[in-house]
Ligand binder design. Structure first.
Ligand code: UDP
Length: 480
């Protein structure tokens, strides 16, 4: 008899390495562990900073890639913010997404479609095809809880009748957020059109059949349990409000490229780290999008210098109001800084191979903006953090890392938001030289992260549960 084709999963990440890499890891596991064929669909418009460095190693040979045709975007006003551009890109690409999904559905056995949290506009297309649609969250359960809260808050509310989020906001599972720690976009107000768009976006999440979240049980145990309780109540018909079930299936982080490692490929950063004592280096990086002001960049330099610690700093272009012709980030460092810290510190422009840096034995501490990928990478390597959140949900992540997990300290900005050189020097010294509680907790969490994907690990079981559901749905369909 003819062999049945492998069931096919289509994944739709929004642009940017931080969205694409965890999705690629998810795809790889669906192929290797569950026998699916997988296609990652990419947008041709908008390739994010760092994509070029990230893409090749993370896309496993067994995962196919299909690029959507570029759509016209140059009519958008120059000052629209990134979120709006992205939403518009997804909206304008919908006919192409529909055509692609239809053709895949005709030629293969389409088992599920997985758009990420910014591509939920594709869910109705998935429903049209009668295929399960699962949202992927490259963030944490607290973030899902926040979206759930917003949807519940606006249940039945007409557009224009938006309600403010009351503070402190107590999320299920006990994460408590003051106003400043709530992601900007979620600090709603009636008059804010961005909030209106956000409400529209998160309301569409209810169309999903489930949510796959890039976190693991021990990262957010109380929140995971709170979601289990909510799901049980919902299943028992005990709650009037319904939200898709969540599946913590992470951590999915950028793998180190085996070919690269086998070839002994090195970079100036890694060669420099090789020459430093074990557990001595403070690694400083703010992700792919984090930019400090010119003043803050100078203050950070002075703080690192004053700390007396060894450091590896990925220096990005500072944000300048008036623009500048200078395009070398290192040119923004204070006069004489590089000379004075030579030997003890290394400043590299723009980009470092972060996972390899974090897993290097010389690395002691990560000064991080707490982007979720950076957070999971640090946790996966057992490196404690000095949390310096900048935007998006990073302040909330920092709360979880410090208050719930005890693997980070938060820097304390002065009035006006500047983190002073004294604060930086003090905090850096405290994390490197202070009592070793942070380090011990980071090591415990590293073990829990590894357990999540061990043979009976909770994340592995959660993805298995989802894979079984998808296959069962196909079985039902072919029987009818
Ligand atoms: N990254 C890197 N080198 C750098 C800075 C960042 O490899 O110098 C990678 C990092 O390992 C992570 C991603 O870029 O995988 C950043 O994602 P994250 O969610 O931490 O922050 P975002 O860039 O989304 O703010």
């Amino acid at each position: 008899p003819k062999e049945r084709p492998r069931p096919h999963v289509v994944l739709l990440p929004s642009p940017g390495a931080g969205h694409l890499i965890p999705m690629a890891e998810l795809a790889r596991r669906l192929v290797e562990l569950h026998g699916f064929a997988a296609t990652i669909v990419t947008f041709t418009n908008l390739s994010g900073p760092g994509d070029a460095h990230q893409l090749p190693p993370c896309l496993h040979a067994s995962v196919a890639v299909a690029a959507l045709p570029a759509v016209q975007m140059d009519d958008l006003p120059a000052n629209v913010h990134d979120g709006r551009v992205l939403a518009e890109l997804v909206r304008r690409s919908l006919p192409n997404i529909r055509a692609l999904l239809r053709s895949i559905n005709c030629t293969t056995l389409l088992a599920a479609v997985v758009p990420d949290f910014l591509c939920s506009m594709a869910l109705p297309v998935t429903a049209e095809l009668g295929v399960p649609g699962y949202l992927f969250f490259p963030s944490n359960l607290a973030m899902v809880a926040l979206t759930r809260h917003i949807v519940e808050l606006h249940e039945g509310a007409a557009p224009g009748d938006y309600r403010d989020v009351a503070v402190p906001l107590e999320l299920p599972g006990g994460v408590s957020l003051c106003s400043a720690d709530i992601p900007d976009a979620f600090r709603g107000s009636f008059a804010n059109p961005r909030y209106a768009k956000l409400v529209e976006l998160v309301r569409s999440y209810r169309l999903a059949d489930g949510m796959l979240v890039n976190t693991f049980y021990d990262m957010e145990p109380a929140t995971a349990e709170a979601f289990e309780r909510l799901a049980a109540e919902q299943a028992a018909g005990a709650s009037a409000f319904s939200y898709p079930p969540v599946f913590p299936v992470g951590p999915f982080v950028r793998p180190t490229d085996p070919d690269e490692a086998a070839a002994g490929a090195s970079t100036p950063c890694l060669e420099w780290l090789d020459r430093q004592p074990v557990g001595s280096v403070v690694y400083v990086a703010f992700g792919s999008g984090g930019a400090l002001s010119v003043e803050q960049t100078a203050e950070l330099a002075a703080g690192l210098e004053a700390s007396g610690q060894r450091f590896l700093w990925v220096v990005r272009m500072p944000s300048t109001d008036g623009g500048s012709d200078e395009d070398d980030p290192l040119a923004w460092l204070p006069e004489g800084f590089l000379e004075r810290t030579r030997g003890r510190g290394l400043a590299v422009a723009a980009w470092a191979p972060q996972v390899r840096v974090l897993s290097h034995p010389a690395t002691a501490v990560f000064v991080s903006h707490c982007g979720w990928n950076s957070t999971l990478e640090s946790v996966g390597c057992g490196v404690p953090m000095l949390a310096w959140p900048l935007y998006a949900e990073q302040r909330m992540n920092a709360v979880i890392l410090e208050e719930k997990l005890g693997v980070a300290l938060r820097v304390a900005p002065a009035v006006g938001g500047l983190v002073t050189r004294h604060e930086i020097a003090k905090a850096v010294k405290e994390v490197v030289e202070g009592d070793q509680k942070l380090r011990r907790r980071a090591e415990d969490l590293q073990k829990a992260a590894a357990r999540a994907w061990s043979p009976e690990g909770p994340s592995r079981r959660a993805l298995e549960e989802v894979a079984v559901k998808w296959k069962a749905a196909l079985g039902r369909e072919s029987n009818t």
